[in-house]
Design a protein around this ligand. Structure first.
Ligand SMILES: NC(=O)c1ccc[n+]([C@@H]2O[C@H](COP(=O)([O-])OP(=O)(O)OC[C@H]3O[C@@H](n4cnc5c(N)ncnc54)[C@H](OP(=O)(O)O)[C@@H]3O)[C@@H](O)[C@H]2O)c1
Length: 316
């Protein structure tokens, strides 16, 4: 097994970065330029947020490509890359995992990935063993599983343990509005075994950022607008609570939604699209919510009565 993985307080997500470049602006409707993303990388690297999460399927290679372009200005040892094998996009060659990894390495302009994930649990017994030679070659330093339930995590772990490795990280949807990993005991499972739990979509793709409302919905025609615009009126109470607690801490609604995940013991992966989002993460990393504030937010979230499970997610 490789040396222990260093887990940052907050990781950076780049799904929306797949909207950049030719034919971009699809999923999130964000108009992102390489220069603008370079400014985000500069601010994040300077602040010590150096773990970047991407995947082949984010803009079908565009996120990995632009991430590689902006990170090439930094020494390789100054940042960590997390990317994924997506079984649903596997090719038909002998070893689709090794093949997809090679394509990621080329797009990212590197010869190793710090943290490599099985993106979704399509067939645990088929795909997990394929990680072993990648770990042993050094092309992959650490491995994790994403969107797996408890049984699937344990099965993946047994396969890796038989070869002297283990599941080193778990990545699932977890936010004030989507607490399934907590409800089924997955968070506790990870805590008991010292497995870092990475929470994705803590801002629900911007729905909890305080920027969007019924009056100012997400960009029409995008996937996130389709998922969230109809529920924005129901989120008003929770966003108000995030805002009020933020006032007390000199922070924004988005900072507080992220701080909630930190307070629950998760490592949030935040999808930054503007340099000022990094300033928010600096504030978030420095603040701690009280138990009362956490409880107040959870009551407001519960009373919103929405289900934000992603179309790609199974019930936990
Ligand atoms: N493993 C998986 O299956 C999976 C699935 C989903 C996501 N992920 C990972 O998790 C990451 C996070 O998820 P996500 O990007 O989908 O959604 P997210 O982090 O919940 O929200 C991202 C959106 O929130 C806004 N935002 C970000 N930081 C902000 C800040 N500090 N203040 C105000 N607004 C802020 C931006 O919207 P605007 O651009 O509109 O300002 C951004 O597009 C992804 O990028 C990806 O790396 C993994």
């Amino acid at each position: 097994m490789n040396d222990t993985m260093k887990t940052p307080k907050v990781a950076l997500g780049t799904w929306a970065w797949g909207d950049s470049g030719d034919a971009g602006a699809g999923y999130f409707g964000s108009s992102l330029s390489r220069d603008g993303l370079g400014d985000i990388a500069k601010a994040a690297q300077a602040a010590g947020f150096t773990l970047w999460d991407t995947a082949v399927v984010y803009g079908m290679g565009r996120s990995e490509t632009v991430l590689g372009e902006v990170l090439k200005h930094y020494p390789r040892s100054d940042y960590q890359i997390s990317t994924k094998f997506t079984p649903q996009a596997a090719g038909t060659d002998d070893d689709p995992v090794a093949d997809m990894l090679e394509q990621s390495l080329a797009r990212l302009g590197t010869d190793y990935i710090d943290l490599y994930w099985i993106h979704n649990p399509a067939d645990v017994e088929r795909w997990t063993p394929r990680l072993i030679p990648l770990l042993e070659s050094g092309k992959v330093r650490h491995v994790g599983v994403s969107n797996h339930n408890l049984d699937e995590i344990e099965r993946a772990n047994r396969i890796l343990e038989d070869a002297g490795h283990r599941v080193e990280a778990v990545q699932n949807h977890y936010s004030l509005l989507y607490r399934a990993p907590e409800n089924v005991g997955l968070l506790e499972y990870c805590r008991d075994r010292n497995i870092p739990f990475f929470a994705y979509m803590v801002l629900e793709q911007g729905a909890l950022s305080g920027k969007y409302s019924a009056q100012n919905p997400m960009p029409s025609g995008t996937n996130r607008a389709e998922a969230y615009n109809a529920m924005l009126p129901q989120l008003q109470g929770l966003i108000g609570g995030l805002y009020n607690i933020g006032q007390r801490h000199g922070a924004t609604a988005a900072d507080i939604a992220t701080a909630w995940a930190l307070g629950k013991g998760a490592t949030p992966i935040v999808g930054v699209t503007k340099p000022h989002h990094v300033e928010g993460l600096i504030r978030t990393a420095a603040l701690a919510l009280s138990d009362d504030e956490i409880a107040e937010l959870e009551v407001l979230a519960q009373s919103a009565g929405v289900n934000t499970r992603g179309w790609w997610e199974k019930d936990m």
